[in-house]
Structures are given as C-alpha cells and as structure tokens.
Design a protein around this ligand. Structure first.
Ligand SMILES: Nc1ncnc2c1ncn2[C@@H]1O[C@H](COP(=O)(O)OP(=O)(O)OP(=O)(O)O)[C@@H](O)[C@H]1O
Ligand SMILES: [Mg+2]
Length: 319
C-alpha cells in the first residue's frame, strides 16, 4: 500500500481511495473538479494529476481566479494586445495559450464572474479564443483542473455559477476530506513535516510528547494540512529539546491540553494506577494501534527506539 502519491501523504482509508481514483483519472484527459476546504491539498493534487498524465512533458499553469479584478483576470487568462485597455502597454500572452498541450489549473473557480465564466466555457467547447482587443483567434489544447472551496452546486442553484460550465468542468469530481475526518493521517503527516523542517532548520526534533498527539487528535484543524504544517514548523523552530511538547504549540492548541489529575483530590487518586502501570498500558496500546510498527510507535510516544526496546524487555513476555 502506497502512503505517498507524488508527495501527497496519507494512509487513511479516505486518502487511499483518493490515490486509487487519481491513478485512474490522471492518465485520462478528462477535466477534473477538486473540492475541499482550505489547506486540504487541492493544489498539490492538481500538480500530481498533471505529473501522472500524458501531458507531463507539457506546461502546468496556475491561475488564481480570486486574485484579480475581472479585466486583469481575463487578460491573464486570454492575453491582450497592446493598448487593449488602459495600462496594456505591451502585448501579453494569456495562460490558456501558455498552457497549450499541458494542464491549466483554475484555482478558486467559484469566484469567477458570469462574464468570465462564459468566456471560459467557449474555450472548453471550441478550444479557441481571442486575446483582449485582438482579432487573432488562437487554438489551444489544454486540460482543465478546477478547484474551489465553495459548494458549487449551491452556486449553480442560486444563479452565480453557470450550469453548463459546471458540467464541463465536473467530468470527474474529487472531494478532499478535511484533516479532522482523517485522524489516521496525522502521525504520518507529522513525521513527514518534522523531517522536512528539521532539515530546513538544522534541528533534530525526534517526535511528539504523547499529550501533543492527543491534542492533535482532538483539535478541529480548520486550516487542515496547511495548519498542521505550520504548527510543526513553528514547533521545530521553538523546540529546545528533541521532543515537541505542549509548550511549543500555538495558544489555540494549548487550550486543549487537559491535566485532569491536577483537579482530582488526593484520596480519589488512591485507586488510580501507578505511573509505571499507565506507561506500560500506553506503550502496549500504541504498538497495537499501529499494527506492531515499533518505529512508528516510538515516534508517537516521543521516545527513541532503544528506549522502547528497553521498556518492552522490562515487561517480559507480555510485549
Ligand atoms: N496530503 C498531503 N501531504 C503532504 N502535504 C500536504 C498534503 N495536503 C496538503 N499538504 C500541504 O499543505 C499545504 C496546503 O496545500 P494546498 O496548497 O495544496 O491546499 P489547498 O487545498 O490548495 O488550499 P487553499 O484552498 O487554501 O488554496 C501545502 O504546503 C501542501 O504541500
Ligand atoms: Mg490552493
């Protein structure tokens, strides 16, 4: 089972389904619509599709449809002649033209005006267009991958998005799940980002305090993988030792730290298990959870492999 599709990390069932889907649709020439909240990986998925397509030798061109006002966006997409509008001091080739024989990634497609939508529809239908202020008709061969974090069906129903364009773009739709719906990926993503930011910052953070991992599983991650990545980068930079602890988390995550023992009265603690018993329980449970993978278990527990082996030896036959 592959946990990595062109740099897209994931071992959860949801991501495995997406990898399977990607290997089927990437080599086809179908237009693809990517849906998902911010930070779920729409752009890296778009790039991976291009890399696994027959167009991989061709260009991968990105246009963020939310970044520009209408005229400038149309000029980005279709190009313009010199003098086509105030400020058009020189002729400019559009991204549709630049993406010829490659892939055009239209990001934030839900933000397009109805006029621009009509112009894009025409390119998809006839494969031709005119740059702004031009009488030249250009022919292009591009595959479109579009992305949005809006509910396009609602946009269509409410008249803000053309239905015909929606169907043209949505030959295949891939919905990327939010991070809070795939907790199974948190450990793998954390390992991946720790390695990346250790290298970038010349640090050697080895793992997470178990409490940090507990918080990661509890948190709702509104910024999804991007937010997790930022939390790890910040943590690696702030971490004074080799284990990332709650102290290195941003305040919003620190708030989720619970210290129940601090509140309970001493007499209620009498029947509680000892620290050693708790530790043994946690270690065995973690190993079981990761299917016996000691390396991953050590990482989750925030201890070295040697430490883990020593502890397991001390438990004797049970381990
Ligand atoms: N499954 C993943 N594996 C590794 N890195 C990921 C994964 N998903 C997202 N990332 C990383 O998270 C960050 C955000 O990803 P990306 O830009 O693709 O998200 P997006 O869905 O396009 O977000 P937005 O809607 O805000 O533009 C990037 O740095 C990307 O590399
Ligand atoms: Mg994006």
């Amino acid at each position: 089972m592959a946990f990595d599709f062109s740099g897209i990390i994931g071992q959860s069932a949801r991501m495995q389904e997406i990898f399977a889907m990607l290997s089927l649709v990437a080599p086809s020439d179908a237009n693809i619509l990517l849906l998902g909240e911010t930070g779920t990986g729409k752009e890296i998925v778009a790039h991976a599709i291009h890399q696994h397509s027959r167009r991989r030798e061709g260009p991968f061109v990105v246009v963020n449809c939310a970044a520009l006002p209408e005229t400038l966006l149309e000029s980005e997409l279709f190009g313009h002649e010199r003098g086509a509008f105030t400020g058009a001091v020189a002729r400019k080739e559009g991204r549709f033209y630049l993406a010829h024989q490659g892939t055009l990634f239209l990001d934030e497609i839900g933000e397009l005006s109805l006029t621009t939508q009509a112009k894009i529809l025409r390119v998809l239908q006839s494969r031709e267009f005119e740059p702004l202020g031009s009488i030249r008709t250009l022919k292009v061969d591009v595959r479109i991958i579009a992305a949005t974090n809006r509910h396009l069906e609602i946009e269509v129903r409410e008249g803000r998005f053309r239905e015909d364009l929606y169907y043209r773009l949505n030959v295949v739709c891939i919905a990327l799940p939010p991070l809070r719906e795939r907790h199974d990926d948190i450990v793998l993503l954390t390992q991946y980002f720790l390695a990346h930011y250790n290298k970038k910052n010349a640090r050697q953070v080895q793992g997470l305090d178990p409490e940090v991992l507990r918080i990661f599983r509890k948190y709702s991650w509104p910024g999804n993988v991007r937010e997790l990545e930022n939390v790890i980068e910040r943590g690696v930079i702030l971490c004074p030792a080799d284990i990332l602890t709650v102290k290195e988390l941003p305040p919003a995550l620190q708030e989720l730290a619970g210290y129940p023992l601090a509140e309970s009265r001493a007499d209620e603690c009498a029947s509680e298990p000892s620290l050693v018993e708790l530790e043994r329980e946690l270690i065995l449970r973690t190993i079981a959870k990761v299917g016996g993978d000691h390396r991953q278990a050590a990482m989750i527990l925030g201890i070295s492999m040697e430490e883990l082996s020593l502890k397991l030896k001390s438990y004797g036959g049970e381990a």
